[in-house]
Structures are given as C-alpha cells and as structure tokens.
Design a protein around this ligand. Sequence first.
Ligand code: GDP
Length: 474
Amino acid sequence: NNCSFVQTKIQIMLYSFDDTIIAISTAPGVGAIAVIRLSGSRAIELADKYFKGKNLQKAASHTLHFGQLMTKTDEILDEVVVGLFKAPNSYTREDVVEISCHGSPYIQQQIIGLFLADGVRLATPGEYTMRAFLNGRMDLSQAEAVADLIAAESATGHQIAMRQMRGGFSDELSGLREELVNFASLIELELDFGEEDVEFANRSQLVELLEKIIHTIDGMIYSFELGNAIKNGVNTVIAGRPNAGKSTLLNALLNEERAIVSEIAGTTRDTIEEVLILEGIRFRLIDTAGIREAQDQIEAIGVRKTFEQASKASILIYVFDVTECSPEQVHEDLEKLNHPNEKTLVIANKMDLNPYAKPENYAIGSVSVDNIITASAIHKMNIPYLMSRITSLVKSGEVTAGSTIISNSRHLESLTAARESLHKAKENIQAGVTGDFIAMDIRNALYHIGSITGKIDVDQDILGTIFGRFCIGK
Ligand code: GDP
C-alpha cells in the first residue's frame, strides 16, 4: 500500500529536479478510474507522444482532452482524459499532465511502464508537494498541512489543516517575524554606532514588545495540546472496580452494544478501544479490566495493565457503583490510579438503584465535588452532560475557535526554542547586557520561527522526514 504514512527518508540531494516524474495519484487497487500524474519539463511532450486525439503540445493550459493512449506498438491501451497544467500554473509549478484512465491495475502499470521506458522517473513519496515547496508555491508549514489534510479524520482536524494549508498560520508567523526583524534592526543600528553609546531602542518598550510576542507564541504552544488531540485522538481510559458499569457506560457513550456487558465480575479482561467523535474531536475510549485484588494470574495481568493505561491516559473516567462503593474506597482507587485531578472525571453510577446517594459525600481527599458526575449508564441518564464535560476537558483554557491551533510537533519544538531565545533576550535587556548579545538572541528566535515555514535553510534531513510522511503520488 503506497498510502501508508510510513516514515521514509528521502535522500533529496540524490535527485535532480530537472527530471520528469510519474506516479499514480489515486488510491491503490481497482477503482472506476485512476489518475496518473506526470510533472516536469518533458511531461507534455511525452504524454503527446502516446496520445491520439489532439496535439497536446499546442493545447492551452488548464484544458481537458479525450482520446486514446497508444502503446509503443501503436495499439490502443485505453481511452483516457488528459488534463494539462502548464508551468508555472500547476501544483508543482512545473508542467503537469494528469491522465485519467480506467482503474484497472493492469492499465495503470502499462501506462507507468510506457513513461518509465522513456526516462521518466517514479516519484518518491511526497515529491509533488516537495517540488511545490522547493519551487516556492507554498511554504513548509503549508506543505505539511497537505499531508494533514489528506489524513484528516474529523471535521476539526480538517479545519486546522485547511487553515494551515491556506496560509493562516504562515501569515501569523510572518507578522511575528516582521516585528522581530524591526526589533533586531533597531538594536543592530545601535551596534553600528559602536563607541558612541547611543540607544535608539527604548529599553522598556523593547521589553514590552518582547512580552507581547512571547504571549502570542505562548498561545500557539498552548494550543498544541488541543491540536495534537484533534489530529491523533484523545486517549481516554475508563477504569473502576469490576461491575461498576464501565462497559455499560462505554456502550452508552457509543450508543450501541459494542463492548460485551456481562454480570460476572472481572470479565472485561482485555482492552477494547473505540472511537467517539464529540464536537469534531476524536476520543479513543479504552475500557479496562476492573481494578480489585486479582483472583488469578490472568486477572492480575489485566489489573496491572489497567494502571499502566490509566497512567498514559489524557483523560481518566473513573466509574464506581453507588450501591457498592464507599467514599473511602473511591478515594483509595483514585489514589492508586494517580491521575491529575483536572483530567479525571468521577462517575457515580447506578444512581437509578439509589437515587438518594449523595455525590458530595464522595468528595474526600483530592476529589472535588465538581468532578463527580451522577449517572445511570444503563438508563443513559446524564450521558449528554458527561459528554460535554469530556469535551470541555480538552477545549478548556484560552483556546478558542478561529485562533491558531498548532498540531505539528516540529512546529511545537521550533516555537518552544524561539520562546526560550526571546526570554533570554528579555532577561538580557533587563540586566543591561550589551546590544550584540540581545541581537544574537533575537536572531536565534528568528531562526526558529523561520524554520517552521522554511524561510531559512532547513536541514535536508528535516525535509526528508517531512515529505517522507506523504504517500507516493502526492
Ligand atoms: P464493568 O465490569 O464495570 O464493565 O460493568 P458492566 O458494564 O459489565 O456492568 C455490570 C452490571 O451492572 C451489568 O449487569 C449492568 O447491566 C449493570 N449496570 C451497569 N450500569 C448500570 C446502571 O446504571 N444501573 C443499573 N441498575 N445497573 C447497571
């Protein structure tokens, strides 16, 4: 499968970008039609060589042509539609030809074979997008967004990728860069005057400006938690004692009978992972083996695994049975699970059996009454409220719709490094350090911000990793 997002390192330097490349751009396998894409200086000339219907070399850009594709021995290989995109108005900014043929893998292979025999090279993963980047059609963060867009699995994931691809994030970064460049130029101007001990840049204004920029970057860094959750799903673990109603709750959340519900304590021994999408965010729900003194070895493994999973979870949903569990037991379990309070929801389940149970009685130790949610999983009571609480755990904080959300760990790294340099600059200004040190800090920050969009020379290795995530043909 050429579409598994395997990390393939590309040795960019090995390839020349003068050559013409080819790849199947549609999903592998049999389909109604398949699209084969050529890009490079010989794309049109070679397509024309095997195409009967119209002279493609004389045809205008952005036109479609129906005709036959012929083999070397002049037999009809397929009836096709050819799309022409002339440089620089194409995805790669090179001449691009898209051949829509019938979706048989045999036909696809024959067509690819024709062109390979003429010196065309098979594209490496992501090479079309990499050419688009190297030819200046998009910056690096936009190119990365193309991969995210293709892989998007939820509405919000799609939104973030689309915004990034259309340059929203890049615009914001270039605003930051501009402010920093102005800042740096003031300081460097002072340096030009060397001995004369002048200060063009008012120090307290500089600190203010730095603080403003740091605040913006903080917001972006902060948004990563949500961005990453949207892209990769939020790891959500349901834990509790056997028979507390964990599987029933999972089913109520998923609204269908997927997990096996049983009345024999300790039956959900292995883990089941289900996907729940709430407000465009993907939650990966994991039902765990009940926590109690294990009766046998298999169960002991299950219990140990539960603790392991709970420790890795972003959100912990702890369920207890109000007719069985004392506040002390709840407290004891939560101590053992040892999950951050602000990311833990405590479900007082089976309220239908004991409507007089008081959730506030369970608020002992570190358990806050706000985090205790009464429910009856079997009667689906209070499930919508629980859902809203789950999403608010992810969406809490300053992140609001419309603001930039970063979802790429490479960007997170660069922003964190930029922030560090800016903090240093601020400290240095406040300590009265000379301008050249401050200028260096600012240049470092500029370097890190520039590395996100590829404004500075990015390491070939980084490019290889980024474009290696793509499937072939993209
Ligand atoms: P688990 O071991 O924690 O996964 O518990 P299950 O989901 O298998 O539930 C154990 C038993 O409790 C089953 O018989 C469920 O039907 C029952 N149960 C679960 N939730 C409720 C509830 O809210 N009210 C009542 N009355 N019974 C429930």
